[in-house]
Structures are given as C-alpha cells and as structure tokens.
Design a protein. Structure first.
Lengths: 497, 497
C-alpha cells in the first residue's frame, strides 16, 4: 500500500467513485470515435454530461477528506502527489462555476460546427463570431482561475502544471533562431530530401494493418493489455492500467503517415501501461502532464521510429507486406521517413519545421488571451508569421488559420505541449545515451531489443505516473527542465552530420 | 412530454443519473464481451461494482419523489408505468441488503469457476458445494423478497413480472403432452429430417459475415442506429434507443447456427430500437419483461427465419456467398433449417424439442427452491426426466446437468422466460395473421417486405416499452396471456401439414 496515513487512505476511498466514473467515461469516449452508431450521439452526450456532473459533485465532496489529509505531518511522495492533485481538481471545480462550464460547452459545440463549415468554405468570417465568444469565455476562465503576471499562465497550467509564459518564452526563444539556422542549412546543403515518390503511392488497408500489427510486435506490445483500432484522428485511451487502446488511420496513400500514427500512439500507450499498478484507482495513475505524455509518444515516433536503426529493422517487414516498397532499400526508407520541407499544415510537417507551427500558435494564443491581438486580426497575423517562420504563405485560410480543431474546442494552452513533448523527448534521449552509452543504445535498436529502453523509461519517468509535477519530474531525472538544447542538438546531429 | 404531473416529472429528473450510469454499464458490458483486452477484467469489475452501488444509492434516494408521485390522483398510463417500475426497483433494493448481494456475487463468482471446471471434467461433485450455497442464497433471496404460495414465485417475478408457478404449471401443463404427441408423430411419419449434410460443412468467417450482413440488409436494419460484432455467446445490448448492438458467432461449421444467432439477436434489437423515443431516460425504455423480449427474438428467428418464405428469400444469397450451398435448392435449405431430433443440449435443440429442455429446468428450479429436491439429487433427476421427455439419456453430466451457465450465476427463474418467449411469439403470429390475413402476411415475407410486420410489432407491442406489465400488455394485445395454444398450433401446422 502506497498510502500510510489514514487521512490519505480515506481520500483514496472517496476517490474510488470518481475513478469508476472516469473509467466509464474513458470507454465512452473511445467508443464514440471507434464503434458507436452515429445516431447514438445525442443520448451518449447527455449521459456523459450527467457523469461529468457526478465527478464534479464527488470531487467537491472530497473537501473534508482533503482538509484532514493536508494536516498530515510527514506525507510520503505518493501522499504528497495525491494531496496536490486533489487540491488542483477541487480548486478547478470551485473556481469554475457550472454556468461557465455550460456556456463554454455550448459555445464550443456551436463553434465546432461553424469552424468545420468555415474550413470547408475557407471563409474565416463564418467562424469569427463564435471564436470571439470562445476567446472571451477562455479569458473569463483565466480570470476566475487566477494567475500571476500573464492570464495565459492560468490556461497553460491546465495542461502543463506550473508551466508559464516566462518558461515558454525562454524555451521557444532558444529554439526558434537555432531551428531557423538549421532549416536554412538543410535547404542549402540539399542532402536531405524534400519529398519522396513513396508519398504518392496508394496502399490497401489490410496489408497496411498487417504492417502496423507487426510493428507493434517488433516493440513487443502486450496483447492482453492493449488493442488497436481505427479512427480518423488517431488517439490513445487508457481505460485502466491493464486496458490501454490506441487507434491508427488508413488514408490510402503515403503509408508512413499510418506507420507513424501507430508508433506515436503506441508511445502514449507504453506510458499508460507502465504506471505503477499500485497507483490504480487514484488520480496519480495518469501522465505527469500533457507535455510529458507527448514526450513519450514523440520519443518513440521520432527518435526511435525515424532513426536509421529502425529503418533497417522495418524495411524487410515493409517489403514483405507492401510490394511497392521492394524497389527501395533501407536508406531510401530512412530518407522517405525524414524528408524536410516547408509545409503549411502542422500535422503534415516534419520533425524540424513542426516546431515553427506550434510556436506560431503559442504566440497567437498568448496575445489573444492577453488582448494584444483580436480575433479579427488572426488570419493576417497567421499568414505573416507563417511566411516569416516557415517561408511560405497560405493561399487561403483553410490552409492557414482554420486548419486546427483546437480553438473551436476552446483548448487554449494545449498547443505548446506538443513542443514540450519534443523538448523532453530530446532530454530523454540525451540522458538515456549517457546512462546506457550511445553506441550500445542504438545497437540495441538495430537488433530490435527495446526492453532496455522501455525499462529505462519505466523506471525513470513512467512508473511515477502523476506523482510529481512535470517540472519536479524533470528536475529529478534530468537535473533541469524544459531545456531545448538536447532536442536541438539531436536535430542538428541528425540532419547535418 | 409523456409526464403531465409535476411529481412524476421530478421522478424522471432524479432518474437521469441512474439512466446515465446504466448507459455506461451497458457499454462496459458490451465491451467486456467484444473488445476488452483480457487483463483489463479486474479493474473493469471494480469500476462496474462501484457504479452498481451508485445506482442502488440513487434508486433508494428516489423514495421521497416516489412518495409524492404515488399521491397523484389521475396518472396516465406512462406515469402509472413509471411509478410501478420505481416501486419495484426500490422494493428490491430495500429488501435485499448489500451483504446478501455481496455474498451472492462472491458465491456466483466462485461457482462460475467451479462450474466451468466441473463441466470440463464432467464431474458434478466439483460444482456441487458451490451450487448448494448458491441455492441456499437464492432461497434466502426469495424469503426476503416475499411471495404468495410458492417461494419460486419471488424469483420468477424478477424476470417476468407477476409470473407465477401457477401460471407456469398451467402453461407447461398444456404444452408438454401436446408436444410429446407432436414429436412422436414427427418421428413416426419421417417427413421431417433428423439431420442434414450441411451440418457438417465447414465455412470461412468472412463470407459468412457477408451472409449475416446481407440478411440484416434484407430486414432493413438501420445502420446509423445499430451494429453487429462477434462474441462466443451472442447477445444484444441496447445502449440507448439509437444505439443498439448485437453480436453473432462464427463456429466454422453448420452455418445455420450463425444465421439464426444473427436473426435472433436482430429480433431483440428491433424491439430495443422501437421503444417510443419519448420513454428514453426512464426505466420504461426497456422490454416489458425478459419473456416478452424473448418473444420478439424468437418471432424473427423461428417464425420468420425458419419459414418456407424466408428460405426462398435467403437461398440465392447463400448460393452467392457460400459456394458449398449451390447444390441445394430452397426446399433443401428449408429442411436443413428445420430438422427435428432428440438432442441432449438445449442450445442445439430444434424449435419443437427445445421446450422440453426448458420445462425440465423449470421443474428442477421449482423443486430446488422449495426444498423438494436437493442439489445432490440433481444429476439423477435430470437424466431420468431427460429420458422421459426427450427420449435420450445423457452419458455424462457435461451433456446433462452441467451444460448451462445459468445456475452458476444464480439466475433461478430465468429459464421459463425462454418458453414464455415461444408462447408469446405464437400468440403474436396468430394475432398478426388475423389482422393482416395469413396469405397476405406470408406473401409479404416471400417478397422481403418486412415493414408491415415491423410496424405491427412496433404499434402493438414494442413502442410500449415497459409501460405495461407483461400480463397487461398481453391482455391488451391478445385478450389473454401466456396461452400456449397458438404456438402449439403453429408447430403442429408447420411440422405435420
């Protein structure tokens, strides 16, 4: 038993109901994307909102347990984590009144529809009024949550605890100039391909599914605790520590998109499967933050999946299942996996230029929430900054400001976690290479021996779940936090050497 | 709005939470059988039992609302149904203490394991002690629930409201002698086949899945509200009125088993899809009883699916998808669908002898709960009665008393609903033929025009959900209840003419 103190045990007992409802909501969310008959959506949404209300109610009912637990004199790290997490949740539900939640969910439901419509027609004006309301409500949310220095801090904190504009500015401030230099050099030297003929080749779903299943086998994913299905937008859902589900996509061309969706989600799943099972039933059986979660998926997707060593491992498998790859060798496959070029769409961007796309969104969100930028100025600001950072200008808003779903859902503060993920993945690689030896590490990947890597990730990061804040976890593992240098060095080494 | 009175509206408002948790539990139950990674079972079971406790808690919290609603002077039929159903549920949770529920669920969890083991080894003694405890607890349950005349009545009522030993004795009393005569005549005349070569032919899953999908299309099942998956033991789960799911099975030989599993579950699904949508969110969006539900599945499976007209409809489809059927004509297919022979296993039994299997279990349950039969006497009693009714004697207990899962789960009172289903399906056919004209009805089936039949079922039975007791519903539709004559006449006509 992780909890020694009676008061924390009481907290855990009270939390059981919330955990159970959470498990149900997790399954409902998964099912909605994967198997639900579409007409069931309405009744499903009604049930979900009822269950969310119950979670809120039970969370607030834990106030008394929390008061007792806070009095404990020497809580262990698990108890500290549980108390911290409970304070955070209760604080949130206390500060955000049900009426604001309702307004927010109505505005985003409406906004989601108008956004889709606007994107189809490439007409920002169709989305503008709804987005204005959503931004207004997000500002109100920030005000109610409270913050120091910058209102956007309140929203960043929802996804990445204790992360701030100051930290993000520092991180991006180091990254953007070095990445600019890197891309200029890549384009100048012309050693890295901008595109590859395989991007245009069509594939059939069934053999591609075989490829993905075999890749999961390469990584030794545990069948009894894990499954893979299909959805338009791939995601991972941890129902419980022994039931983690990913999805992948089959668009029919450019098969690496399917491969890397699979490996990315697998990375999330490995994290979820590796939480200390004694944390099950508590809020600590979760990722340390969205950014840390993303670091685990990007470590596997980019650092392992797009490596030379992995290209060697996967090429025979591809040749077996996808006959059209047979004329290419492992070097071709490596190059196909690692093209770098300016692109307008974030989700299509490569490992290098991807970070510009996120930085752009970060700058916009920061200014929007602060009032330094108005919704009406968005398209122009977007296009200018895109041109400055990536070097190309969207021909229309569908290819620009309207491309992402996030703002229609009011998820301001989420985007930066994508780069936090890259940054922590870089820190992870550096530390792992230091611990295991770089040659030894990559030698293992080459042989398909992933267990030492998995064990390292589990022992240093994953087993801790949400026990530590993302910052404390980084300090514990790396001795510093949100440090982009290792990630930048990794990219420079990879694309210039 | 179906509810006019303020107090019943309040009841409905309180019920929303229960409905939402019920929807979640429905999905969890479905997922468990169909997609859940097996290691997730433990955490899943914990979450489910927490959610069930919440339902019990909220149900009991409705006592005050119920008290007010009961005072209403002129409730409409929907309000009457809601009040009746709420009384029933609260009564159950009031009379059955949590400690008994816990004992019961521990005993059945243990019993399920020992039953499986006993069946594998064909050794009743391995199951006997657990079954003795389960029977003891079932008797205690009956005592606590209360009953008039016979303790088994308390258990029958759980599945078939107001159904009693007296009614069941009367029903079976009419059925058994006439069915005995019928089978003797069938065997004597030798016009009906006992077995068919197609029973031995192996099939592949994918074309068989195509057959089932096409059969569902024949019946015009609505894709946006319905789906089909695979499970070992087929079942239907109505998540909500616009999200109903069935499963079917692919055992690899004797393809009619897959066909009739599909049509049987489809029959359940049609019922679930046809509840008046205004009942959604209340306990009335449910079947009138387990027996009435079973009548809907058996109507489609046996009366429609095993008819001559349907054989004509399905034969071309079979020939297209399953090449090994091409040497048979629609008459052969009809005969293959309708073999009659003595068999030891209930789930393999035909439409005629099936009823003996259920009657045997009914007699045993009645005597077990009453104390007229002890668990130790079960195997012998079973074998004697099997010989008397069906004419063959099980060589071992796996083929006899150990074949069904029900008793290990403590579901005493459930079995009779299978025959109630047959009986009400027969009454339904008779009434429908009277209303629509027999020739017209079967002419429509021949042409694949199922809408008039669906509409009849919806208007007379299905749209009412659980508004009426099963007895009242039958009185309203047929003018009498649990009358086996139409079913018996249907069988005699089908197998002797």
């Amino acid at each position: 038993m992780l909890f020694k103190n009676k008061s924390v045990k009481a907290l855990a007992e009270s939390y059981k109901r919330i955990w159970s409802i959470g498990q149900a909501l997790g399954l409902m969310g998964w099912d909605l994307e994967v198997y639900m008959p579409e007409n069931g959506a309405n009744a499903r949404a009604n049930a979900e909102s009822q269950l969310e209300l119950l979670i809120q109610k039970y969370m607030l009912e834990m106030k008394k347990d929390l008061r007792m637990a806070k009095k404990e004199k020497s809580p262990n790290v698990y108890e500290q984590g549980f108390i911290r997490s409970t304070i955070r949740d209760i604080d949130y539900f206390t500060k955000i009144p049900p009426i604001l939640i309702e307004k927010f969910s109505k505005a985003t439901a409406k906004g989601h529809i108008s956004w889709r419509h606007a994107r189809e027609k490439s007409d920002f004006s169709k989305f503008k009024p709804d987005l204005e309301l959503i931004v207004k409500l997000a500002r109100e949310k920030a005000e109610r949550l409270g913050y120091k220095k910058h209102p956007y801090n309140a929203l960043l904190d929802l996804y990445e605890e204790e992360f701030t504009v100051a930290k993000a500015d520092k991180m991006f401030g180091k990254m953007v100039p070095r990445l600019k230099k890197l891309t200029e050099k890549i384009y100048r030297e012309e050693k890295v391909l901008r595109s590859h003929p395989l991007e245009k080749i069509a594939y059939k779903t069934e053999p591609m599914r075989q490829v993905n299943e075999k890749i999961l086998k390469l990584f030794d994913m545990p069948n009894g605790r894990f499954r893979m299905d299909v959805s338009t937008h791939p995601f991972t859902m941890g129902i419980n520590v022994n039931d983690v589900r990913i999805t992948t996509r089959y668009e029919g061309t450019d098969f690496k998109r399917s491969v890397f969706s699979t490996i990315h989600e697998m990375g999330h799943a490995i994290y979820e499967l590796n939480y200390d099972s004694r944390l099950e039933g508590t809020p600590l059986s979760d990722g340390a933050s969205v950014g840390v979660h993303e670091s685990q998926s990007r470590f596997w997707e980019n650092i392992i999946g797009r490596s030379n060593a992995f290209a060697g491992l996967v090429t025979p498998l591809l040749k077996k299942e996808l006959p059209f790859t047979r004329r290419y060798n492992k070097n071709d496959i490596y190059q196909y996996f690692n093209c770098v070029k300016p692109s307008l769409i974030r989700v299509d961007a490569d490992e290098v230029t991807y970070n510009f796309h996120v930085y752009l969104r970060y700058e916009i969100e920061k200014k929007l929430i602060n009032g330094d930028l108005e919704v009406s100025e968005l398209p122009g600001y977007w296009n200018d900054m895109m041109e400055k950072l990536v070097g190309i200008r969207p021909k229309n808003d569908a290819l620009g400001v309207l491309q992402d779903v996030h703002w229609s859902g009011g998820s301001f503060g989420y985007f930066p976690t994508y780069v936090v993920g890259n940054v922590i993945a870089g820190m992870t690689l550096q530390k792992m290479e230091k611990n295991m030896g770089s040659a030894a590490l990559w030698g293992k990947v080459q042989k398909g021996q992933f267990n030492p890597i998995k064990t390292w990730l589990k022992d240093n990061i994953q087993k801790w779940g949400a026990v530590y804040t993302p910052n404390d976890l980084q300090m514990k593992v790396f001795g510093n936090s949100y440090n982009p240098d290792p990630f930048l060095s990794y990219l420079e080494r990879k694309y210039l050497d």
